[in-house]
Write a protein that binds this ligand. Structure first.
Ligand SMILES: C[S@@+](CC[C@H](N)C(=O)[O-])C[C@H]1O[C@@H](n2cnc3c(N)ncnc32)[C@H](O)[C@@H]1O
Length: 773
């Protein structure tokens, strides 16, 4: 593609405006089909069209969200507000005042921000360069999520609480999954993670993207998280424990969800401000082709929802065929669902109501001549094109008013300078039967009586699911599933018999897709250790864990006969799902969070030939911490932390007292060190941090990932003083440390200092979103 010519800076046009007009000049930022199609839909009032269309060509502001549990997020947000924003408030670049980041008005607690600064300024202004570097590092350690503003909406409308059972049906790469996890973990503190009673299953049909999802969610370790790799449109019914039967027999019931997110694959034309390629490729058949899958995913979600539960349906597409048409078709087939009026939620969010009238284009040339499917069917076009995938559901239904489609929300780019987006909230009515049942459930302490546990949960350790097996599984779902909560109320949990054949056909498609993507299931099974397991006992004794540590919830996943290397912790629901379902059938890719790992002998100094030693992991420590006997935790100060950060294996003798003596007296192995708030010269530690260390015969090691260690170093000491950081600085020829540490005297918050090489772009969510087309 020819590079667009840069035009000279016109008189009266500011640098920042010029950066954007530069974009508008790109010859490929026009699409006549797009214009014709959306004008035919009356998407926006005529007088707003220019604003709508012109905004689509503008550079999208950078947006981010302060992530993590409420306490962690509030602390970091205060640093941004009290330190970074004032620093960025008086930046003049090439004689022009550059606006600082501002809080997104509709996001709760002011935890989301946007700023609109061209890359050139981010590269050249020292203040913005520093701020950008801060974002890069905090993103790396999971404290900040660079996410499109509109993409933050669906989890907010889902209103997840820590006890909810939640499924994110199309979750990869996981930006919304992270928000859902944060809501489950709302009760976490700065140093420790709660064990929520709820559950989050993050699912994606794409095997590779599932692994991206697992990688992303490692930033927010949770014992309540599971990842599955399934087609959401035929998501299987899963079993969990039910209360014991009258004679003490074990029983199971179907897992139904309180909250379901359907952020479905879509044509993604709401992301045109970021994904320029869509300008060129956009055509209406993309949306037409996705409609069927979108409907099936939403319909499957409806079957998996508890009475009075909530579904959020969302797309980053503007096309009514992918939005209102999907809702109408799914509501038509599930009359116990309705669209919720959420107009009073997030009052500062500017939104337009869902459409009640639209006309699909029946071909690529924007032929929107047919007001109804019947008209289309009777037409010459239909005869000419009998293989068309268009169905009645692509058109508005009869008596469209009964579905309250205007309750769904359209977010247009020009309303508040964002991408385009669609969100709808659906709830399931509780029937009188449900209410009666609810009362009897309470009286009996019993929900549904289901089949006995499956005895096939421990299938072969390394299963290579043949395509035939996948098909059998889908059929098994149809046949095997016992009635679930709400079944008495006429709630259909499984596909109807006539849908079963459709499922088998779809499974063949799924098989093809799997083969194409190389998504054959080769994961290891998950096995729970008995609380008496010697390795588990070793870990418990090493850290002096209290008796309430959930030792019966520790799982391993290694091929049969292999030595245990890692121990994971899952909460009760995770355990229940694993124990009652064949892991290969549910294509379980991850469960719980890793808490302990085998410490390799060698460099670490573990004695050769000695019993294998296990250590608590940095990411697992917040979960384990509430159970660590406080007398076992070593308290240390900032000078001690500096020695640990600066060196890989500092000698015990190199530490300042009293830590030198205290640590010297500790046995070889895993230990936990607490650093209370304190001050050292101009470095201020504003809140407590707790870190894992490993003690060998003569030295100590801070057990942290290199990048996390660098991020900590930057946050605290103002430069990367780690061995890796110093080596990188030497290699790049810049003197280390790059900039001196500074402390914001007013607030006492540490300041972050940049490294030259860190002006990286984060993973672009929208790049991946559009792949769904
Ligand atoms: C819009 S993206 C999801 C973005 C994600 N919710 C987030 O916020 O990061 C849609 C996802 O659906 C997945 N997908 C496509 N078809 C699917 C299916 N039949 N079942 C489950 N996932 C599917 C794609 O792999 C893609 O990751």
């Amino acid at each position: 593609m020819a590079k667009p010519k840069r035009r000279n800076n016109k008189k009266g046009v500011s640098k920042m405006q010029d950066d954007r007009t530069d974009l508008i000049e790109k010859p490929d930022m026009e699409n006549e089909r797009f214009k014709a199609y959306y004008k035919a839909q009356n998407l926006v009032p005529e007088q707003d069209w220019d604003a709508f269309y012109d905004t689509l060509k503008q550079h999208l502001p950078t947006t981010f969200r302060v992530a993590g549990s409420r306490q962690v997020a509030a602390t970091l947000n205060k640093t941004i507000k009290d330190f970074h924003v004032p620093t960025l408030s008086d930046v003049i670049f090439e004689d022009e005042k550059i606006p600082p980041p501002v809080q997104i008005p509709w996001y709760p607690d002011g935890l989301a921000w946007h700023f609109n600064v061209p890359k050139k300024i981010l590269r050249k202004s020292p203040e913005f360069k520093r701020f950008h570097s801060f974002l890069v590092f905090e993103t790396e350690v999971g404290n900040i999520s660079r996410q499109e503003a509109v993409s933050m909406l669906p989890p907010l409308f889902l209103e997840v609480e820590p006890h909810h059972k939640v499924i994110d049906m199309c979750a990869a790469p996981g930006s919304k999954t992270a928000q859902l996890l944060e809501a489950l973990h709302a009760k976490d503190s700065i140093t420790s993670t709660s064990i929520p009673s709820g559950l989050l299953i993050a699912n994606d049909s794409d095997h590779k993207r599932c692994h991206l999802l697992i990688h992303q969610s490692a930033r927010l370790p949770s014992p309540a998280l599971m990842v599955t790799n399934l087609d959401a449109s035929i998501y299987p019914a899963m079993q969990i424990d039910a209360p014991l039967g009258p004679n003490g027999e074990k029983r199971t019931q179907q897992l139904l969800f309180d909250r379901i997110l359907c952020d479905v694959p879509c044509s993604g034309d709401g992301t045109m401000r970021k994904n320029m390629g869509i300008w060129k490729s956009w055509q209406p058949m993309d949306g037409n082709g996705l409609h069927g899958l979108q409907v099936r995913i939403l319909q499957r979600a409806m079957k998996l929802l508890k009475p009075e539960g909530r579904i959020v349906y969302s797309t980053c597409s503007l096309n009514p065929v992918e939005n209102e048409a999907v809702l109408a078709e799914a509501l038509e087939t599930n009359p116990d669902f309705y669209l919720v009026d959420v107009s009073s939620k997030l009052p500062a969010l500017k939104r337009a109501p869902g459409l009640t009238n639209w006309r699909p284009s029946v071909d690529r040339t924007i032929n929107t001549n047919y007001a109804t499917y019947a008209e289309f069917k009777a037409s010459q076009d239909f005869i000419d094109n009998p293989k068309t995938k268009l169905t009645e559901g692509h058109w508005p239904p009869k008596d469209v008013e009964r579905f309250n489609l205007p309750r769904s929300m359209r977010i247009y780019p020009h309303l508040q300078d964002t991408g385009g987006f669609f969100v709808a909230v659906l709830e399931r009515k509780a029937s009188t039967n449900d209410r009666k049942r609810g009362a009897s459930i309470e009286a009996e302490g019993l929900q549904e009586i289901k089949k006995p546990r499956l005895d096939d949960t421990q299938a072969s350790p390394m299963i290579d699911t043949a395509p035939e097996d996948i098909e059998t599984d889908a059929e098994a779902t149809v046949e095997e599933t016992a009635p679930a909560e709400g079944a008495e109320a006429g709630i259909e949990v499984d596909p109807k018999p006539e849908e079963a054949s459709k499922i088998v056909t779809e499974t063949k498609q799924q098989r093809k897709a799997k083969e194409n993507k190389g998504g054959i299931f080769k994961e290891h099974p998950f096995t729970f250790l008995p609380p008496t397991d010697p390795i588990l006992r070793h870990c418990i004794e090493r850290l002096n864990l209290t008796p309430d540590f959930p030792s019966s919830n520790i799982l391993v996943r290694n091929p049969e006969g292999d030595a245990v290397r890692s121990l994971y912790l899952g909460n009760d629901l995770v355990k229940s799902v694993i124990e009652n379902n064949n892991y290969a059938r549910i294509r379980l890719s991850a469960a719980g969070t890793k808490v302990f790992a085998k410490q390799d002998s060698g460099k670490s100094g573990a004695a050769a030939g000695a019993e294998p030693q296990f250590r608590v992991l940095g990411e697992g420590l917040p979960v384990v911490l509430p159970f660590v006997d406080p007398t076992t935790i070593i308290t240390a100060d900032l000078p001690t932390l500096k020695v640990l950060v600066q060196n890989y294996y500092p000698l015990v003798s190199s530490f300042p007292e009293p830590f030198k003596t205290v640590s010297g007296e500790r046995p070889v192995g895993s230990h936990v060190v607490r650093f209370p708030p304190g001050k050292m010269d101009d470095v201020v530690l504003t809140h407590e941090i707790v870190l894992p260390i490993w003690k060998s015969n003569v030295s100590l090691t801070l057990m942290m990932d290199k990048k996390a260690k660098s991020a900590l170093s930057l946050r605290l000491f103002g430069s990367d003083i780690t061995t890796a950081g110093r080596e990188a600085a030497t290699a790049s020829g810049s003197a280390a440390p790059a900039l001196p540490a500074k402390t914001d005297k007013e607030t006492g918050h540490e300041m972050e200092v940049i490294r030259e090489n860190d002006l990286l772009e984060p993973t672009d969510e929208s790049e991946i979103t559009s792949e769904a087309t």
